[in-house]
Write a protein that binds this ligand. Sequence first.
Ligand SMILES: Nc1ncnc2c1ncn2[C@@H]1O[C@H](COP(=O)(O)OP(=O)(O)OP(=O)(O)O)[C@@H](O)[C@H]1O
Ligand SMILES: [Mg+2]
Length: 465
Amino acid sequence: MRSELQPRKKLKAEVQIWLENVERVNVEVQDLDDRIGESSALTRGFHTEDVSKSIKEVEELITQQGRFHGGLVVDNPQWIGQVLSTTNISGEAVKACVEEIWQCLMDDGVKKIGVWGMGGVGKTSIMKFINNQLLKERGKFDTVIWITVSNETSIAKLQKDVASKIGVEFSGDEDETTRAGMLFENLSQKGRFVMILDDLWAKVSLERIGIPELSNGGKLVLTTRKDDVCRQMGCREIKVKPLMEEEAWKLFLEKAGCDNLNIQGVEPIARSIAKRCAGLPLGIITLASCMKGIYDISEWRNALKELRLRKKSVNGFEDEVFEQLQFSYDRLKNPKLQDCFLSCALYPEDWKIEERSLIQLWIAEGLVEEMDSMRAEFDNGRAIMNRLISNCLLEVFTEEEHARTVKMHDLLRDMALRIAKSRFFVKAGTMLEKAPDVQEWSMNLEKVSLMRNRRLYIPLEMSPP
Ligand SMILES: Nc1ncnc2c1ncn2[C@@H]1O[C@H](COP(=O)(O)OP(=O)(O)OP(=O)(O)O)[C@@H](O)[C@H]1O
Ligand SMILES: [Mg+2]
């Protein structure tokens, strides 16, 4: 039964009933056995009838077992992958990209697809859309596996993530090769699966992870900011390009709210601001939400001037993006708010940050104004959080009545780490095994984050020089 009960399969209803009956009869027989054990030679005969009844029931169950023709399990339509939250994706080039990826997925000749483009251009959004589309049209693939890879990942972490998605359980004692074998065995039986590795930064060996050669109809799609990763992984490359100027402007309008843009003279300035994002959706959305609700034309003029002033000699496009994104950081204007934002980068990449613990950290750091009660301080912290969220510097990840988690976009995290370069030392969630050398720490270092390094032993006497 265990070998048949793979993910996306469930026991047939009659098998489930049979199992429940076996369980019940088992308890009854044990109970009868106890009663017989406790009775004397004289009274033992009183149980004859119960014993024959139990024997008959067991025999019936054994005969029933032989009648499960055509296997013990049926397809479980509830297990096919995870629907992911998406935004509306705009842009003709982006739509063409979606189309191209879809065609490659439907083409049996293409096994590996590499979706690449600069940070914030929409790779993850496109793949989330495709993921959801694959779940809607179930004909071609049985299983869709989404893995968020982060900057400093390892084979062990990838194996763990894949295992949890396909329902393989590691006991913790296995070595890398055994884990790969377990995944390989499970995935080989799946045949037609799509594995999406989102945000890959370096080549990984599919063999070492345990992903079978994709000859059975399985497909791999990866997203990366680096073209050479696609090449090294032997992928069909699909580039995601930034939005065209007019499309970028439409997105800016949508996100900044149109009413303030109707003020005379604002539109040309707003267009110039939008243009500076070079069609990068992340930049456009971030800038637009900074300008949302601003009705004063001089503020618009000032914003454009500030943006222009920062433009230095361009060291690669990525630098320019940071400059664009840093604009929203600068516009927070309040150093304490800015430090609140920077402190989110102390958590590992892609980390679901619990709002409550983050606010507690801010309070402890003195970043929240001192008030006469804890409650008031907490509320103040929450107001800061809302401000960061509305400026697109943090994203709400999950929202329940009393517990919210937030995430920092990894491009923004990179930017925060760049800004806090000499003040922060962050090696969070990096599988670090050796304590860092304190001699290398700079004199103005303020914060060190070594969280989520499970094998790391931090000596008690470790302190800055
Ligand atoms: N075509 C689009 N239309 C509207 N919004 C978009 C589009 N593409 C991306 N976005 C938005 O831009 C932001 C960044 O997109 P996304 O995370 O997909 O970028 P990415 O290419 O995966 O970046 P990274 O390299 O950092 O992983 C998201 O908030 C997303 O909703
Ligand atoms: Mg991404």
